[in-house]
Every structure is written in C-alpha cells, then in structure tokens.
Design a binder for this molecule. Structure first.
Ligand SMILES: CCCCCCCCCCCCCCCC(=O)SCCNC(=O)CCNC(=O)[C@H](O)C(C)(C)COP(=O)(O)OP(=O)(O)OC[C@H]1O[C@@H](n2cnc3c(N)ncnc32)[C@H](O)[C@@H]1OP(=O)(O)O
Length: 130
C-alpha cells in the first residue's frame, strides 16, 4: 500500500472528546479515493458508489500527523475497487481500515461507463509511453 497523503490534525478536526472527528477523516478518505481514481482512470467524472465496513481502530490527537494509504483491490468494467488504511505517522498505529471502496467511472451523461483500464499505471510508465 502506498501512503500518498499526510494530514496534520488541527483544532477544527477534533470532536467533543478532543480526538479526531470521524466524519472529517471519512471526508479526507473519500477525497483521496476520488483523486486516486481520477488519476488512474484519467477521467474527472468519477463517483463513490459503495464503502464497506469502516473499522475505527484507534484515534488521533491534535498535532498528530496521519497518513492515508490507498491500494487497488480490483479493476472492474466501470468500477475501481480500492482499499484504505490510515495510520499515525509517528506511532505507526493503524487508525482506520476500509476493505472496499467502489468508485465508478462516469460518462458525460452521468451513467456508468467502462474505463478500459486493467492495472495500476504510474506516471513514469505513462511518460515512457508518450
Ligand atoms: C488530475 C487531477 C484532477 C483534479 C480534478 C479535481 C476534481 C475533484 C472532484 C472530485 C469529486 C469526486 C467525487 C467525490 C466522491 C463523491 O462525493 S461522489 C458523490 C456520492 N456518490 C454518488 O452520488 C453516486 C450515486 N450513484 C450513481 O450515480 C449510480 O449508482 C452510478 C454510480 C452511476 C452507478 O449506476 P448503476 O446503475 O449502479 O451502474 P451499474 O452499471 O449497474 O454499475 C456500475 C459498477 O458499479 C458496481 N456496483 C453497483 N452497485 C454496487 C454496489 N452496491 N456495491 C459495489 N459495487 C456496485 C457494479 O458492479 C459495476 O461495476 P463494473 O462491473 O462495471 O466494474
């Protein structure tokens, strides 16, 4: 799993217990999954279709740095299924895991459209193919 993004927990990210607000973390994960999908499928029109069980295993506190990891579970026809792990950068403790996030590639009409991708592509590979 590659951990692309880091976030610094600020006062506005906290819940009433003084720990990281779960809704904020899910917002960051959704954005990360969308960006990952946009880059992999080379299409700006993608949506989140389905998110499986979310296991909050630990929390984070103000000042902590967390990192968000995304991996590909499978390439479907119009879908891309991702998994996610968020961990504390300092302690390496896992904060959350999500096994399946299904993103769907859309056409101009807003309907599911096959993306034609079958494997992860890296920028360096794309540049070599140009
Ligand atoms: C380079 C940088 C650029 C930067 C650029 C910035 C832009 C930065 C903007 C980012 C922004 C992004 C967006 C953020 C994430 C939202 O916030 S998205 C908003 C929340 N999501 C939605 O509103 C989606 C609403 N749902 C829908 O519109 C329709 O259900 C959909 C997605 C079009 C799918 O319709 P459908 O009739 O179910 O389609 P269908 O063909 O049956 O299924 C399509 C695929 O989904 C799968 N699927 C369907 N239902 C399920 C299910 N329940 N469970 C699992 N899989 C399912 C199917 O198996 C199928 O997979 P494939 O076999 O094709 O691989």
């Amino acid at each position: 799993m590659r951990f692309h993004t880091r976030k610094w927990i600020k006062p506005e990210d906290l819940n009433a217990n003084g720990t990281l607000f779960g809704g904020r973390l899910l917002e960051w994960i959704d954005e990360e999954a969308a960006l990952y999908t946009i880059i992999q499928l080379e299409n700006r029109k993608v949506v989140t279709k389905y998110i499986s069980e979310i296991d909050f295993r630990a929390s984070a506190r103000q000042g902590d740095i967390i990192e968000i990891g995304i991996d590909v579970v499978k390439f479907g026809k119009a879908s891309l299924t991702l998994s996610c792990e968020v961990r504390n950068k300092m302690t390496r403790e896992t904060i959350i895991t999500i096994s399946n996030i299904v993103m769907v590639n859309l056409g101009e009409d807003g309907k599911a459209l096959p993306h034609g991708k079958t494997k992860i592509e890296y920028v360096s590979n794309r540049l070599n193919n140009d």
